[in-house]
Design a protein around this ligand. Sequence first.
Ligand SMILES: [Cu+2]
Length: 316
Amino acid sequence: MNTATKLSGFALGLAAMFTGAYGIGHVAGPAAPAAETRHETTDTDHGAAGHGDESAGDAHLPGGLLVSERGYTLQPVTAPAGEFAFRITGPDGAPVTRYDVAHDKRMHLIVARRDLSGFRHVHPELAADGTWRVASPLAGPGVWRAFADFTPTGGESLTLGVDVTVPGPLAARPLPAPATTATVDGYTVTLTGTPEPGRTSRLTLTVSRAGRPVTDLQPYLGAYGHLVALRQGDLAYLHVHPEGTPDDGRTPAGPAVTFAAEVPSAGAYRLYLDFRHGDTVHTAEFTVLAGDQPTPASTTASTPDAGHGTPGHGHS
Ligand SMILES: [Cu+2]
């Protein structure tokens, strides 16, 4: 088993305590050894048991890295201004029209710019012809990564990703520095725990407002929080649900929401916590470092002009 590429295998003892992460890729990419590619694409060991039953011997790529996987392909389609539309074609080449509900929705569409800014999580509407439409979550110019996180009826959950460019002037933003506190909409969210590459780590997010713990979080998509992690550099996608559910009779409605997450490698990740309070969904964002990496690598290259005159970077 290649644990380095396994995104979210959970310790068996914990498996009953929370729902599994989903959106886990199974098809090995071009960089994988041929033998593993063959193994991964046989797909025989991924039955209807789903992601709660990650068996040993699997090597998983993180989700969201591929635009086409196991015969399913994410295809953006032309849409009127202000709308984002796409479809998923299936192994037979036709648009998929039947989906299972997962976490209250048949489709979860997550978008973030390639610089990890601008995160949005929205729920498109399905038309009879298999086209998904939603008010465009692409808030401004840039290269966006759009992740479609879904379960085709009769298939397994899957996250496909595609780049979508919104033209216009863009000032790419550097990744914010690692921090354990984030503020959003008047809330303060504190992160405790550190993700460890290749093993399950507990991450607890605690919500307060004006210095007082928030103890009446509202269920959102069947949980008190949803956590998406994107890896800097390739935007590998991880979606985790918390321990406990609002209706299990023992999970408090805040202030703390705990997740068990496994990141696939050392590196910098941007975490996005969606929580609902005051009938509004809020998103708190954190940069975290997993493993032995003292500072996040910069992915903002200098422009050619900026390189002029810099020792060692001259142009001939
Ligand atoms: Cu969703």
